[in-house]
Ligand binder design. Structure first.
Ligand code: PAF
Length: 295
């Protein structure tokens, strides 16, 4: 454990960093008696999107725990597990400023002492569609580590970004199906001034690709506009948007209109979400937009 400042009875900006599950449990036993605990799970390399989750967590609980763990279980072979940016010191500084109390940053050995976990969460069909169809085992690996974090921290509330819309649905379903006593809160996506959703992976973009990247969000907005103006076949809108993305230099994995629960929409479904994932150079960007088809 890295001693920064004492945990209790100090300024709200005090942050402790701990790397062991046992220490985490000890540090949380006092705060658990007196107030609510919020967990913000992250893989670090924090940006404003993450910090907006911390702000929401502070609003909802007395003690905010941020976990920082680049989880090997949710990366498929050939993905960016090794190169994923690891910036513990600057993350700790940002969290201290934001008023989080505890940063839990376990090692891979601490989380998976017997090698990788043999016990995995099976998330069912929702894990095979959209991103799951392109990232084998991703949602199972993600749900497994989130379940572990829930068991380690035992938070009253856990806060996630809506940018990872499918991830949020998978977690909500897991919590419901496994009767996990935590309330799950989603927070709207934070965007750059030109509409690009904030993501740690944006730094993989070259300056030229960064200029093109907001096109992904523009296509989501355009798809929602076309649905709202009515009379158009969803399949046609999806394929037109993929064509536009390809023309701009993206390689789309998918561009899909779905009902808010990610089922296939019917003509009269009002609460919709349009989701996209596309490669642009080294970066795989994902984004989505929730909208009401009649407004
Ligand atoms: O969204 C992420 O950063 C990760 O998928 C999460 C939820 C921290 C689990 O590793």
């Amino acid at each position: 454990m890295t001693e920064r400042q004492p945990f209790a009875a100090e300024s709200p900006a005090a942050l402790k960093v701990c790397r062991e599950v046992e220490t985490l449990r000890q540090l949380l036993s006092g705060p658990r008696q007196t107030g609510r605990i919020a967990l913000v799970p992250t893989m670090g390399n924090l940006h404003d999107g993450h910090l907006s989750l911390v702000r929401e967590a502070r609003r909802l609980a007395d003690t905010v725990v941020v976990s920082l763990f680049v989880n090997p279980l949710q990366f498929a072979a050939g993905e960016d597990f090794e190169s994923y940016p690891r910036t513990l010191e600057s993350d700790a500084q940002a969290l201290e400023k934001e008023g989080a109390q505890l940063l839990f940053a376990p090692t891979v050995e601490e989380m998976y002492p017997a090698g990788q976990s043999r016990t995995r969460i099976d998330v069912g069909d929702i894990g095979d569609m959209l991103c799951g169809a392109h990232r084998a085992g991703h949602f199972s690996g993600m749900a497994t580590v989130v379940c572990m974090l829930f068991n380690q921290v035992r938070p009253h509330v856990a806060v996630f970004g809506e940018k990872d819309y499918q991830q949020l649905q998978v977690i909500r379903q897991m919590v419901l199906n496994l009767h996990i006593p935590v309330s799950v809160r989603g927070v709207p996506t934070v965007r750059e001034a030109d509409g690009l959703a904030m993501s740690s992976r944006n730094q993989y973009l070259t300056p030229k690709q960064r200029g093109v990247a907001p096109k992904l969000h523009e296509c989501l907005v355009e798809a929602a506009r076309r649905v709202r103006s009515g009379g158009e076949n969803f399949g046609r809108i999806q394929s037109d948007m993929k064509t536009e993305l390809k023309a701009a230099g993206f390689e789309p994995d998918y561009f899909e209109l779905r009902a808010a629960d990610l089922s296939r929409p019917h003509a009269d479904t009002r609460q919709l979400v349009v989701l996209a994932a596309a490669h642009l150079g080294r970066a795989r960007l994902i984004d989505n937009l929730q909208f009401d088809s009649k407004l």
